[in-house]
Design a protein around this ligand. Structure first.
Ligand code: SAH
Length: 349
């Protein structure tokens, strides 16, 4: 019996212009072709035939040698309270991922998912329900930006890697996606307009720092003490907060880029005066900025947001110590905007 080997064609939307240029299928083509093709890919074309300034022969060659996938929008929720919209996409293998678009004073931001499901198991987060399925490819993340922008019908100027998944657990694909979306011939989103959020995979901090990308590294802290952080975030059990803070100090020393700590305020869990005082100390030591986030209620979880009074007391302690604090507007609460909520809701219906 002869076993026919199925050849996997390279995914062209995951390739940078220089990689397209050196692909064997394009040998003999003029140098500028790769740039031309790369530009087309970022416009959201769904077939090579839409690349109308390429010859028919070249389009056929591209079809024969590369894969070009497009996600299908299967659910859309529009917020009644603010201008956020949430999209659920189906990929070619039937897995789904979600993207949120949020409107800010200075432009529109896309919250990109980096994996299908998540391994990290943070107890307040909906992404962990259902476990981890697979990494998203660079092109699937790029498609979240391209097709969300088309659906939202307004330009996207910011990207936050804060959707489902742990970006540093899908390091190579995420770095590639960042390079693709930042490319001047692509979506051209400036590095300073990109934030990458991690639960603290500290072993990747040095590697990321060495790339010296000018993006913002956000660290989901949620508690300054080991007891609380380990109860909320399993990742903390294996390394502890001291490892995290020291990796943050090193990242800042190496890159000169201030880290932002994300802190979701949960009633009676991480909103005490003692925690505020310890947090203030840690912020000073790491030169970090703090972003307080009101908890988004996830039906499957028992946690509740801190009261306004507790939040104000917490902020007062931090500000008195000179900490740099902002409180994030909770956008998209009515569109299941918290990580993973739409995907779960969709799987249940
Ligand atoms: N894995 C990455 C990125 C995804 S989560 C990380 O952990 O940073 C993006 C942010 O939303 C994280 O700060 C996460 O802790 C927070 N988050 C998750 N569930 C939330 C909820 N129910 N309410 C408020 N913030 C939540």
């Amino acid at each position: 019996m002869q076993i026919e080997e199925k050849q996997v064609k390279p995914d062209i939307k995951s390739m940078l212009p220089e990689e397209i240029k050196s692909a064997p299928a394009l040998s003999g083509e003029p140098q500028y072709r790769a740039g031309q093709i790369f530009k087309w890919l970022s416009t959201g074309v769904t077939s090579f035939d839409e690349m109308t300034d390429l010859s028919k022969t070249l389009r056929t060659k591209l079809k024969d040698n590369f894969t070009l996938n497009t996600p299908v929008l299967i659910k859309k929720q529009i917020s009644k309270k603010d201008a956020s919209e949430k999209y659920l996409w189906r990929h070619t293998d039937d897995n789904t991922s979600e993207t949120v678009v949020m409107k800010y004073k200075h432009g529109n931001a896309v919250c990109v998912s980096t994996q299908v499901g998540c391994k990290m198991g943070c107890v307040f987060c909906a992404s962990a329900i259902g476990g981890f399925i697979r990494d998203l490819t660079p092109s699937e993340m790029l498609d979240e930006v391209i097709f969300s922008e088309a659906e939202y019908k307004k330009q996207i100027s910011r990207i936050v890697l804060m959707g489902i998944g742990e970006p540093l657990d899908n390091y190579d694909n995420v770095v590639k996606f960042i390079k693709l979306v930042n490319h001047k011939d692509g979506k051209n989103i400036g590095m300073r307009r990109i934030s990458l959020s991690t639960c603290g995979l500290t072993e990747k901090f040095d590697k990321l720092g060495e790339l010296n990308l000018q993006l913002t590294l956000s660290v989901s802290l949620h508690a300054p003490d080991d007891e609380t952080r380990s109860a909320l975030m399993p990742i903390n059990k294996s390394r502890g907060t001291e490892d995290l803070f020291s990796a943050c100090r090193k990242y800042f020393a190496n890159t000169g880029r201030r880290i932002t700590f994300e802190y979701t305020m949960i009633d009676g869990v991480n909103d005490s005066r003692e925690q505020a005082a310890l947090l203030a100390e840690k912020l000073k030591e790491t030169n970090a900025h703090l972003n307080l986030i009101p908890l988004n209620i996830v039906n499957e979880r028992e946690f509740r947001p801190s009261s306004k009074e507790n939040m104000l007391n917490f902020i007062k302690i931090l500000e008195e110590s000179g900490a740099n604090v902002t409180v994030r507007r909770s956008l998209g609460g009515d569109v299941d905007a918290s990580c993973g909520q739409l995907r779960i809701r969709s799987a249940q219906t």
